[in-house]
Design a protein around this ligand. Sequence first.
Ligand code: FE2
Length: 272
Amino acid sequence: MLNQKQLDSFNDNGYLVIEDFIDSDKRESLIDRAAHLIEGFDPNSHRTIFTTDEQERSSDEYFVSSANNVSFFFEKGAIDIDGKFCVPKQQSINKIGHAQHILDPVYKSVIEHLRLDSLSKQLGMDKPRAIQSMHIFKQPRIGGEVGLHQDSTFLYTEPMSCIGFWFALEDASIENGCLQAIPGGHNIALKKRFYMDKDNEAQFEVLDSSDYPEGQLEMLEVKAGTMIILHGQLPHYSDANISPRSRQALSVHIVDGNCHYPKDNWLQTELT
Ligand code: FE2
């Protein structure tokens, strides 16, 4: 349970860091499960790369259908210009998403034990609904940068309700691409919304064209086991990983089931 000081800190900063939240057994079970799932995945079945580049993401059917699947996305640096893999399969994956919290028994069990519904209610949500999960790898030397963004862009509700729960499965430092966030940045407007247009192509709708506040990013260097709670409008970022160490993390996003969830949001799921 969160105490008043923690709630105040979350409301002031838009994020909250809690150490020693997920124990080593659970972290290892997720890391082992991900390795097992990757082992069973045929890397030649598709070559969907995850980047924050809107063109590549929006044109990809595999990405859109991942809302209801356990899907695998490659690191850009894992595949060379001729389409050949430059790293072993286990080090080629950027992330696994977006429905393992429902479809995979290991993720489902660990995530249920984290009691994110209780935490969400303490943070003011009426009807918490886990809408997506991601296992993020930040692979050694090729883990890509994730540009400054607000999670409500991708998980938009009216009114906005998204909360992100991010769990360090390994130590996260400046060297391997830890999270960075703008303290208090959750008070700015939502910049854009990712939606499906009438041709079923994903697009960004610009809601506020002003720039993010500059030069205020805080480095969130944390030990394995730490939970970081992120307000849906908090601008956050992570740098590329050029170190020899991966930076694995689990991320689960919750929205309020009592809020309106638009039918043109990119992520549509029948699973919950
Ligand atoms: Fe994010």
